[in-house]
Design a binder for this molecule. Structure first.
Ligand code: SF4
Length: 301
């Protein structure tokens, strides 16, 4: 074991800390984590842990969700500047204006959002459970879906619900183009194409299966094909290689399928966060109380 990892393990034990890593994190960060998962899995781990400290190797909204779901814990975000451009595309003032324009509508909020936006929402969703969340809302009630238009469109198709969609998007998934997928299909005609719903409708239309990061991993693990084209953030390839060492995996774009914010975490920053209690997530109590509700409603489903 290298010296850095050894020091992380020592201080993790000393502080009774749990290290959670998102599947888009660098491989070495995923390997040092206690648990690796997509947003829904990380939220569940954070809510259930009895550790004193949660180190969230991911982006800010994930660390905020961990703090909201388990407020007595110290939650640390190793890379202070790791944000999510999609989450920043909508603020609470804009959401209040949308609600005023659609009186009585239910607000379904993708977890990729700020705590302030969650506080204005009725229920949260992740890409794993968004269809189920939308189906839980009475048909006669209008729905505002924020902030991801691509996921919203996918959920509308799957659930048969018409929704008002906020025009946010993930810049990383938006950069993946259908012609890139088609070119890989030509090169590898036997490959199964797996796409995340944050991809554009044009990319989703080229896919054999559209699903969350965890659903992509599950499909890869269980499907008989031996070649897969992966249309999502390339960090997921680290986990895919472990579940399917026999398979050939082709990311849609080596260069473009990278979220720069997800790659800000390093082993050094995890160690510093634990040693110096750096970048603790603090959410004012009134905001936390309102932002927690839609997350708890989601987990209760
Ligand atoms: S991959 Fe996209 S949605 Fe996820 S953190 Fe990066 S920018 Fe945000």
């Amino acid at each position: 074991m290298n010296a850095l990892i050894e020091r992380i393990c020592q201080i993790r034990e000393k502080r009774k800390a749990l290290i959670l890593a998102h599947l888009y994190q660098p491989g070495e960060v995923q390997d040092v984590a206690d648990r690796v998962g997509d947003s829904l899995e990380l939220a569940r781990y954070a809510a259930a842990t009895d550790a004193d400290v949660i180190v969230l190797a991911g982006v800010r909204f994930m660390a905020e969700s961990a703090k909201l779901l388990n407020p007595s814990k110290t939650v640390l975000l190793p890379a202070a500047g790791a944000g999510c451009p999609m989450a920043d595309m909508l603020d609470d003032t804009q959401l209040r204006e949308l609600k005023a324009a659609h009186p009585g509508a239910a607000v379904v909020c993708y977890v990729n959002s700020t705590a302030a936006v969650k506080a204005e929402s009725d229920i949260c969703c992740t890409s794993s459970n968004a269809v189920r969340v939308v189906q839980s809302i009475p048909r006669e009630r209008e729905i505002i879906f924020v902030p991801d238009r691509n996921l919203g469109e996918f959920v509308a198709e799957q659930s048969g619900r018409t929704m008002f969609l906020h025009p946010g998007y993930c810049p990383t998934h938006q950069r993946l183009l259908p012609e890139m997928v088609e070119s890989l299909r030509k090169e590898h005609p036997q490959a199964l194409v797996l796409a995340h719903p944050e991809c554009t409708a044009a990319v989703r239309a080229t896919a054999d299966l559209v699903g969350s990061t965890a659903q992509i991993i599950e499909a890869c693990r269980t499907r008989p094909e031996r070649e897969f084209v992966i249309a999502t953030e390339n960090g997921v390839l680290h986990a895919l290689k472990k579940v399917r060492p026999d398979a050939a995996l082709y990311p849609v774009s080596e260069a473009l399928g990278i979220c720069p914010n997800m790659k800000k975490t390093s082993l050094e920053l995890i160690l510093q966060a634990l040693e110096q209690n750096r970048n603790e997530i603090i959410i004012p109590e009134d905001l936390a109380r309102r932002a927690r509700l839609p997350l708890e409603r989601m987990l209760a489903l």
